[in-house]
Design a protein around this ligand. Structure first.
Ligand code: LLP
Length: 439
């Protein structure tokens, strides 16, 4: 089984009735660092990075780019790049974070459907390896910037392969009516525009991403076939030698028992087999492959610890347990009806159970973290651990209700270190300004 098929971090154990992750009693972590708290298990993260590298060893020319939108912090960038991954970045902020963390910028690929001038300029300035060009506006902007700065840009063309993968509609991206990428009918015009107008843009290959939280490997097979065929066609028609393919990310993880994400090695084998057969058919060789997994790299390593507070038993109805966090640190249940699994970290040995709904503290009825879960009876002060929150929690966090964003701790071998400081009240007002006339 691979890491993405586990709900809990690999080092999870129970000692004296307490939940222990990375050798650290999580109840003690809350005492030391406060609550709520994101916790990342370094061993799980390093293991999954190694799994990805290992799974693709049969394909010699591959770069695995961690999709940093899932969780972008300096320490996480350090770990994944130490393990041999590059980074998929989508903003000047992610590029800056990588740059300041001392990451090799040639291992970055810059994606996005509306890159800003300054972001493209800084990508070229710091030597970001590849830019995935998404639309005609992107071509024109990049073309102008390469000319003005006398710099060349190595790019992939992002295309929309027209694949409807079975996931939440907000996280589908490769279907035809999508805001991302060139429709297949627009690719020729894109190639012609670059070739005739922007000599400093080098088209290296094609890119696509079919969606996120994907369980069905068939989508990747279809995607690989479409991309290889298109690459071969462009090379033939325009006398080019495009030699790079980026299949994007999207592999799913197991949030709850009913989730059945495929094994990383299985996906890799299927993709490699498909690609090799397609390359043969289309007479292609030495194609450099990129993949961009985000969620499946970071999700399982992360948990969020909360402290239980108020509870409410609706007469003949739901029993709500409110915790000290919610939709501002994890907007996924409210946005995507995402489901999660939870334990009471200080009651791991208690067998008695009751059905409760875990509610967030934010002023919205929709701020429910988990609907109807069976847990040991919870009282105020108990510590709840929600699993699989490594991806798209901190990265989508907000200051809703003017609440400080929570901190993040890295655990490994019984050691814990802060990797993101908890915001303070001062941080909250640090960007406010009161104009003189209001004073
Ligand atoms: N590459 C591209 C071009 C992408 O757009 C994405 C995700 C990825 C790679 C990484 O996909 P992953 O391996 O993480 O599935 N906020 C949503 C997920 C949005 C994904 C957006 N694009 C969520 O919380 O489920």
């Amino acid at each position: 089984m691979s890491v993405n098929q586990y709900i809990k971090p690999w080092t999870t154990e129970v000692k004296d009735g307490h939940l222990v992750i990375g050798g650290c009693d999580v109840v003690e972590l809350v005492k030391k660092y406060g609550s709520p708290l994101y916790v990342i298990d370094e061993k799980t993260l390093r293991t999954v990075c190694k799994e990805y590298i290992e799974a693709f060893t049969e394909y010699p020319n591959v770069s695995i780019l961690y999709a940093s939108k899932a969780l972008a912090t300096s320490a996480i960038f350090k770990i994944v790049t130490q393990e041999g991954l590059g980074l998929d970045v989508v903003s000047g902020g992610e590029i800056y974070t990588a740059y300041k963390a001392g990451i090799d910028m040639s291992k970055l690929m810059f994606n996005g459907n509306n890159k800003q001038d300054w972001e493209l300029e800084s990508a070229l300035d710091v030597g970001v390896g590849r830019i995935s060009v998404d639309n005609f506006h992107d071509i024109e902007l990049l073309g102008k910037i390469t000319e003005q700065n006398n710099k060349t840009a190595d790019i992939l063309l992002r295309i929309t392969p027209g694949i409807d993968c079975h996931t939440h509609e907000y996280i589908q991206t490769g279907h035809l009516d999508s805001k991302f990428g060139f429709d297949l009918t627009q690719v020729d015009d894109a190639v012609k525009l670059i070739k005739t107008t922007y000599p400093k843009i080098n088209i290296k290959g094609l890119h696509a991403h079919i969606g996120s939280q994907i369980f069905d490997t068939a989508g990747y097979v279809d995607e690989a076939k479409i991309l290889v065929k298109e690459l071969a066609r462009i090379n033939k028609e325009y006398g080019l030698t495009l030699s790079e393919l980026n299949l994007g990310g999207g592999l799913g993880v197991k949030y709850v028992e009913t989730d059945t994400p495929p094994d990383i090695k299985h996906v890799a084998n299927t993709v490699i087999k498909t690609l090799l057969a397609e390359f043969k058919e289309h007479n292609l060789s030495d194609i450099e492959l990129y993949i961009e997994p985000g969620r499946s790299v970071i999700s399982t390593s992360g948990v969020t610890l909360y402290t239980a507070g108020a509870s409410k038993q609706v007469p003949h109805g739901t029993k709500y347990i409110s915790v000290d966090g919610g939709m501002a640190d994890n907007p996924r249940p409210a946005m995507y009806q995402a489901e999660y699994t939870c334990d009471v970290a200080n009651k791991m040995d208690i067998t008695e159970k009751e059905t409760v709904t875990i509610a967030g503290r934010y002023c919205e009825s929709g701020d429910i973290l988990i609907k109807e879960i069976s847990l040991p009876p919870i009282v105020s002060g108990d510590i709840l651990c929600i699993y699989n929150t490594g991806a798209y929690n901190y990265s989508m966090a907000s200051n809703y209700n003017r609440v400080q964003k929570i901190g993040m701790v890295l655990v490994n071998n019984s050691q814990s270190d802060i990797i993101v400081y908890r915001e303070t009240l001062e941080d909250l007002i640090s960007h406010d300004n009161i104009p003189d006339r209001l004073k």
